[in-house]
Design a protein around this ligand. Structure first.
Ligand code: NAD
Length: 481
């Protein structure tokens, strides 16, 4: 089953060399629950070797390469990713249970990140600063040096694209620790990048456990910046570990993102977004729209129409490209079912259908829609990270804002309303890193800076903003009289 880009899945890439790992971890297919191979279980020693290889790249050709040339390499990688889109989609579908069409969209996004950051590499400028007579002052944007990238399993290709792509564009050398449940596309991407001419050591990939390889990377004294995407728990540990070395950290964490539906909204336009933004990737999306806040005048209509949409959705094996695939693993399935059980006291509006004959060992959960749900119910407050949405009624705009801002998170929010004044007011009042007006996600554009407030994290990735995050500003003051 494993060949082509997934051959030798239990290897890691350090300094341009593919190395066998002393120990391995099982690789399972979430659609069947079957073990389909092994992956490397990187150790702190492997991380150390990878950090040294990255430093060697910075001391060598990669460190002196012009921004133009780095950009050309990234663009070539993007083109090569495009040539492998179908293969990457199949690998991802098999490895993380993502429906084939959604996995293909992720592969296209990975290519797009490489193209975007390839084009942007030589377009980040310093400034000249008017200063005292006899001085010329200017700023330089320089790489941090070695950057660590710790990535989760839910959107591996997109998250690698946005963080590694931006870091390479600015001339950093990367050590990537993919999630233990999803490292095949990281390894495949590394093979593609190598073949496209990325110099040895500019990208190193060490799969392994979070508490072992991940923790070693976060706390390594040779790492100069850490980009972490994942849970609040692990993010806090990563920040603490990096803090010991006084190293900057970007944290992209979870969310409990709301969509606010006002009575004056175009419900026909809103409906697909209300449902799909909650169910995409089986709800295993940091920016999933897990709370639907609905003005009471349209509560019944929205509830009924969302319930109809749920009932028509089908859950099945990733390779069949269903609406909803399996969850990543048995633990996640048990966790989500636990939350659904906690909703036993709530009105259940609908559950999606299970396709006939799904493999017994697959980690399938039928999506569940609850409403109306009290805003202090556990299902309305905690990140479930599964296909569960709650509908919460409100009466006034002030109440909607209060409810929307009432969780510990602040990642994404959307406003559905025909009132331009309300759109502008709420865009300012909502506590979120991205606010969408009469849409949700805007197609996920790689150009759009992304990140959270509160427990959703800090720092921004995507767009040009990421390039500032992956670089350091140096001020040069020349006194020439
Ligand atoms: P996780 O935190 O368990 O794992 C994420 C990564 O961190 C994995 O590579 C893991 O091996 C590693 N890790 C775990 N413990 C670590 C430690 N102590 N030190 C260093 N590394 C460690 O998260 P997950 O379960 O894989 O992903 C789900 C979470 O990720 C959700 O909370 C979700 O909202 C969040 N997420 C956020 C974004 C975003 O952009 N904001 C995107 C995707 C996922």
């Amino acid at each position: 089953m494993l060949d082509g880009l997934t051959r030798d899945s239990a290897q890691m890439l350090i300094g341009g060399m593919w190395r066998d790992s002393a120990q391995t971890l099982p690789l399972t297919n979430p659609s069947t629950g079957a073990e389909i191979g092994r992956i490397a279980k990187g150790t702190p020693a492997d991380i150390d070797a990878a950090v040294q290889a990255a430093q060697a790249a910075l001391d060598g050709a990669w460190g002196t390469m012009s921004a133009l040339e780095r950009g050309r390499i990234l663009t070539r990688i993007g083109v090569a990713v495009l040539e492998h889109v179908d293969e990457l989609a199949q690998i991802e579908a098999m490895d993380v249970g993502k429906p084939l069409g959604q996995a293909r969209a992720d592969a296209l996004a990975l290519a797009r990140y490489c193209e975007f950051y390839g084009g942007a590499a030589d377009k980040i400028h310093g400034e000249t600063i008017p200063y005292l007579d006899g001085y010329t002052v200017y700023t330089l944007r320089e790489p941090h040096g070695v950057t660590g990238h710790i990535v989760p399993w839910n959107y591996p290709m997109q998250i690698i694209g946005r963080s590694v792509g931006a870091a390479l564009a600015m001339g950093n050398a990367c050590v990537l620790k993919p999630a233990e449940d999803a490292c095949l596309t990281a390894l495949a991407f590394a093979r593609i990048a190598q073949a496209a001419g990325l110099p040895d050591g500019a990208l190193n990939v060490v799969p392994g456990l979070g508490a072992e390889a991940g923790a070693a990377l976060a706390g390594h004294p040779g790492v100069n910046h850490v980009s972490f995407t994942g849970s609040v728990r692990a993010g806090a540990a990563v920040q603490q570990a990096a803090g010991a070395n006084v190293v900057p950290v970007t944290l992209e964490l979870g969310g409990k993102s709301p969509q606010l539906v006002f009575a004056d909204a175009d419900l026909d336009a809103a409906l697909p977004f209300l449902v799909n933004a909650g169910l995409q990737n089986a709800g295993q999306t940091c920016s999933a729209a897990s709370r639907i806040l609905v003005q009471r005048e349209v509560l019944e209509e929205v509830s009924q129409r969302m319930a109809e949409a749920y009932a028509a959705k089908v859950v099945g094996p990733a390779m069949d490209d269903p609406d909803i695939g399996p969850l990543i693993n048995a633990k996640q399935k048990a966790r989500v079912e636990g939350f659904i059980a906690q909703g036993a006291d709530l009105p259940l509006l609908a559950r999606a259908q299970m396709a006939e004959g799904v493999p017994e060992g697959g980690h399938y959960v039928r999506p569940a829609l609850f409403g109306p749900v009290p805003p202090d119910h556990v299902l309305a407050c905690e990140e479930i990270f599964g296909p569960v949405q709650v509908i919460i009624p409100f009466d006034t705009e002030d109440e909607a804002v209060r409810l929307a801002n009432s969780t510990d998170y602040g990642l994404v929010a959307s406003v559905w309303s025909d009132s331009g004044a309300r759109q502008m007011r709420l865009a300012k009042r909502l506590r979120a890193g991205q606010v969408f007006i009469n849409n949700y996600g805007a197609g996920g554009g790689v150009e759009l800076p992304f990140g959270g407030t509160g427990k959703s994290g800090h720092g921004r990735e995507k767009g040009f903003e990421a390039l500032y995050g992956f670089s350091v500003l140096k001020t040069v003051a020349a006194r020439h009289g």
